[in-house]
Write a protein that binds this ligand. Structure first.
Ligand SMILES: Nc1nc2c(ncn2[C@@H]2O[C@H](COP(=O)(O)OP(=O)(O)OP(=O)(O)O)[C@@H](O)[C@H]2O)c(=O)[nH]1
Ligand SMILES: [Mg+2]
Length: 202
């Protein structure tokens, strides 16, 4: 199945689990620390500059935003975690909203777990990794902002993450740059492979 990625449009935002839409399409979610580049990557994947809001200041995306691709699949932009200066109500919001999504959403087939290529896994990623335990979906580690790495370091960083995140539910990592367009084709293909032929029973 080839998805017409450019046909993505905003479907709805959910500030609480009751707002998750009861839709029949398989979902690919973008999960990662605040400022790691989730919204930028979503925009790059769908070839639209301003579909998901890219923030200058971290912690701006507070709701879970659902984007529908041609009535076939949903891309889901989650709020970032791990921003040290986030006010307590923002942290509470993440803790109420995101575990509910990652642990109860039957439509979820693939998580793109974004990690900054310059930083790799950080302690704030640990509780999120725990949420993937027993997941029925796959988790694809995505190293972001690869344009900020020197060429010779890029491969080493990918190898290191592949070693740290191996075995189910993890897939082999992909390196991307939303700014340069690197890795997008590979990522789209990986998404299409997972959601191909998936039907969601509600
Ligand atoms: N150099 C570089 N910068 C990037 C890239 N992708 C995103 N950025 C920058 O990183 C910052 C954060 O990007 P966002 O896409 O808003 O990150 P986010 O993960 O959605 O952030 P929150 O919604 O706050 O969690 C912005 O200043 C982007 O311009 C990239 O591929 N390369
Ligand atoms: Mg965002």
């Amino acid at each position: 199945m080839t998805l017409p990625w450019a046909k993505a449009s905003f479907h709805r935002g959910a500030g609480q689990p009751d707002d998750f839409p009861p839709t029949p399409w398989p979902e690919v979610a973008l999960v990662g620390r605040s400022n790691v580049g989730k919204s930028s990557l979503l925009n790059a994947l769908v070839m639209q500059n301003n579909l998901a809001r890219v923030a200058k200041t971290p912690g701006r995306t507070q709701a879970i935003n659902f984007f529908l691709i041609d009535q076939r699949a949903m891309l889901v932009d989650l709020p970032g975690y791990g921003y040290a200066k986030a006010p307590p109500d923002v942290l509470k919001n993440w803790q109420q909203l995101c575990p509910a999504y990652l642990q109860q959403r039957d439509q979820l087939k693939l998580v793109l777990w974004l990690l900054d290529s310059r930083r790799g896994l950080m302690p704030t990623d640990d509780p999120v990794r725990d949420l993937y335990e027993d997941a029925a979906y796959k988790v694809l580690p995505v190293l972001t902002k690869m344009d900020q790495m020197k060429k010779p370091e890029q491969e080493g960083v990918l190898k290191h993450i592949a070693h740290q995140l191996s075995g189910p539910p993890f897939l082999p990592p992909v390196g991307v740059s939303a700014d340069k367009g690197w890795g997008l084709k590979e990522l789209r293909l990986a998404c299409e492979k997972i959601i191909k032929g998936v039907s969601v029973s509600l």
